[in-house]
Design a protein around this ligand. Structure first.
Ligand code: FAD
Length: 679
């Protein structure tokens, strides 16, 4: 059965659901809306999963292991459908929120759905680390457990979907019963959404056919009740204007003290910015975050997470599309319709602040999102068109996805400019993924810059005939650079730089540090081979600064060879930190060497891997002397090409068959002597 046929059934169901939703609001009044029947997150004090399920009368769990928010977003949507279609009472569970030592005692009526992403080099996401430790360590037989898994991965990485597959295999080995096929999605070829939809359909078929669950019409039931706070004004104390969390709304605690993490950022002043490219329409921003007034610390090679907000244009267009422009400063609150549902952002809050600071409104829209919003279309013709596009994979790709439209652009295109002002705001709160921090490989050294964190970000912006597609965080950094240095940029996109109640003024941004395993060898005498084309040079700059600093501190210290391979288009436009490298070379002397590949300066394109190959003898010699290899940058092609180049070098230099050389490179990885930081 083609996907779209099934989807059409879903959409038809949704249409009925909306009629039900409006009817119910009318008949019962909003106060008596029934519980949505699922919960997000666990009880704060209760890490006992079994007890939580019992206490809240749940019979299914959708777990998410999520780094960038996609798995979490899918989990919320899956839970909602499991409830509305099959009447399951579902707990949405962050994998970090529970202990697993009594997993073997689970009631055999419970159903477990795992949506787990694989991060970096076949690693679990931060919130799934403890779960996998348990799974590979203390886990007993779990023959009572009924489960299925969907892995979120990227096929351009070597360990594609390693965590999803591991969970599935290990559960099978521990005797758990899989209730629906294992599925996986591939971000590398851009099919994640469609892969998830296909898996979900298979999964629902299995629930019907193997577990005899009965499917009902899909009914939209809000998970929250939206309460308009007419008596509140945006400027009142306690009203959120988009602060990152409650502590920032109340300013109740010392905000310069951590711990700082994905729930609580530090509001760091961006003390310095500068443009690194010489170009009218391409940009790469160097930004320095001052952490001297906080106890936020980092170590060289870590990542900085920047919490962005949406651009003025995208915010106004979104508010306009859904009829909230005139009401943007009005205040509302949310009440969870289940005691343990977590409200996605601090409330009370203004409509504009919720959109600007908490919703991912700029990115591409999924077919599922379009299908689910179609019933709220402003007129019949628009609804028909939205259902048609939402129900047809090929049409959707052609008319929406390939045109790089975000939600409001897509909806206004479909309705030919008519506002979608019948969409309940609470529906948007649930539909839009929450705005996620963006990660950057830190380009400073914690030894030489103890109280400052540098990042190097290439600005994602592309102009099409009728609209500009822009990345959220990088254009925010660029806007700061333009304001700080009074520069000009052809595609500058404006943001509210003062932030909620002016709390971000003085160019502050919320940030936290993510520890990484991308680290220099502890002995500075160990040789290193650094491969960092484009912004992949960011952590390499940190490493080189670290070694320079070490030598400055103690001129007797032996610094091992530092061989850096860098690549960019040409020497005049995008050669990052061009003026700094000769300085490092002066300080480090012969121990530092840099080879640069300019891909557009000669007829034949030259890349870092060509430069590495040209130095085959030196590279092999360094490897034999215990060198560590570091590769950073583009995951899709560069990292693989570089790895095969190392295989080739080892094979030719040592006269070994390629498989043997590939095995050697793999063993270097296991020993942490070949490290990657790719995205
Ligand atoms: P986003 O808003 O996340 O958008 C992503 C892309 O989608 C952009 O290209 C954008 O133009 C495009 N897009 C936006 N809207 C649409 C639409 N409607 N339809 C289609 N496409 C759309 N980056 C660096 O520059 N330097 C680093 O040092 C660095 N280090 C990293 C380290 C790690 C561990 C990771 C995971 C990533 C790293 N990145 C780095 C990438 C970085 O995290 C961001 O992904 C990148 O900067 C883009 O962020 P953004 O918010 O500007 O774009």
């Amino acid at each position: 059965v083609p996907n779209y046929t099934l989807d059409f059934a879903v959409i038809a169901g949704l249409a009925l659901a909306v009629a039900f939703y409006f009817g119910r609001e009318f008949i019962f009044g909003a106060d008596q809306a029934t519980s949505a029947g699922f919960v997000a997150g666990g009880d704060d004090n209760d890490r006992d999963l079994k007890a939580t399920l019992k206490k809240n009368n749940k019979n299914a769990v959708v777990f998410f292991g999520s780094q960038t928010g996609t798995a979490e977003d899918y989990a919320t949507k899956l839970a909602k459908e499991l409830h509305s279609k099959f009447g399951l009472s579902v707990l949405i569970a962050d994998m970090a929120d529970y202990d697993y030592d009594n997993f073997q005692d689970m009631n055999s009526d419970y159903l477990f759905f795992f949506l787990v992403a694989t991060y970096g080099e076949g690693e679990p996401t931060d919130n799934a680390v403890e779960f996998f430790n348990w799974l590979e360590g203390d886990a007993d037989q779990i023959t009572n457990v009924k489960y299925t898994v969907f892995g979120l991965g990227n096929s351009t990485y070597e360990f594609y979907n390693a965590m999803g597959a591991k969970l599935n295999d290990r559960f099978e080995a521990l005797g758990a019963e899989r209730i629906a096929p294992y599925g996986q999605g591939d971000d590398g070829i851009g099919t994640m959404d469609e892969d998830f939809l296909s898996w979900k359909e298979e999964c629902f078929d299995s629930l019907k056919n193997n577990l005899d669950l009965e499917e009902r019409e899909v009914e939209y039931e809000p998970s929250f009740k939206l309460i308009e706070q007419d008596s509140q004004v945006a400027s009142a104390d306690g009203v959120s204007n988009g602060e990152p969390n409650k502590a920032y709304v109340d300013m109740s605690k010392d905000l310069s003290k951590g711990p700082f993490d994905h729930t609580h950022p530090y509001l760091a002043p961006v003390s310095t910015t500068r443009e690194l490219f010489v170009s009218n329409d391409r940009s790469c921003v160097h930004a320095e975050f001052d952490i001297s007034d906080s106890n936020l610390r980092y170590s060289t090679g870590d990542h900085l997470a920047i919490w962005p907000s949406n651009s003025n244009n995208n915010v106004s267009r979104f508010l306009e599309c859904f009829g909230y422009s005139a009401r943007k400063d009005e205040v509302f609150s949310l009440q969870a319709l289940d005691t343990t549902v977590s409200i996605p952002f601090p409330v009370p809050i203004t409509y504009e602040a919720a959109v600007r600071h908490h919703m991912e409104i700029s990115g591409p829209i999924s077919r599922q999102a379009l299908a689910s919003i179609a019933p709220f279309a402003p007129d019949e013709e628009t609804k028909k068109e939205a259902l048609r596009l939402g129900g047809d994979k090929v049409l959707f790709a052609k008319e929406i996805h390939d045109c790089n439209l975000n939600l409001s652009d897509a909806l206004l295109k479909i309705s030919k400019g008519t506002k979608w002002d019948s969409v309940p705001f609470v529906f948007l709160v649930e539909l839009m993924p929450s705005l996620q921090p963006r990660y950057y490989s830190i380009s400073s050294s914690s030894l030489s810059e103890k109280t400052s964190i540098h990042v190097t970000a290439v600005v994602e912006v592309e102009k099409f005939d009728d609209h500009i597609v822009s990345g959220v965080a990088t254009n925010l950094l660029k806007d700061i650079e333009v304001h700080q240095n009074a520069t000009k940029f052809a595609h500058n996109i404006n943001y509210d730089l003062k932030g909620p109640k002016n709390k971000f003024s003085g160019f502050k941004l919320p940030v936290h540090v993510r520890r990484s395993t991308f680290k220099l060898p502890s002995n500075p005498g160990t040789p290193v081979i650094l491969v960092g084309p484009g912004t992949g040079v960011a952590p390499m700059r940190g490493f080189v600064r670290e070694r320079t600093r070490l030598l400055k501190q103690d001129s007797n210290v032996t610094i091992g060879k530092t061989l850096l391979f860098y690549g960019c288009r040409n020497s005049k436009e995008d050669f990052l930190y061009k003026e700094e490298w000769p300085e490092y070379a002066k300080e480090l002397g012969d121990s530092f060497e840099m080879d640069v590949a300019f891909s557009r300066e000669t007829d034949q394109k030259v890349y870092v891997q060509d430069k590495i190959l040209a130095r085959a003898e030196t590279v092999d010699e360094l490897l034999k002397n215990g060198a560590y290899v570091y590769v950073c940058g583009d995951a899709s092609k560069m990292a693989r090409d570089v790895q095969s180049t190392f295989v080739k070098i080892i094979s030719t230099q040592r006269g070994l068959p390629e498989e043997k050389a590939a095995e050697l490179v793999r063993s270097l990885k296991v020993q942490n002597r070949y490290q990657e930081d790719v995205w």
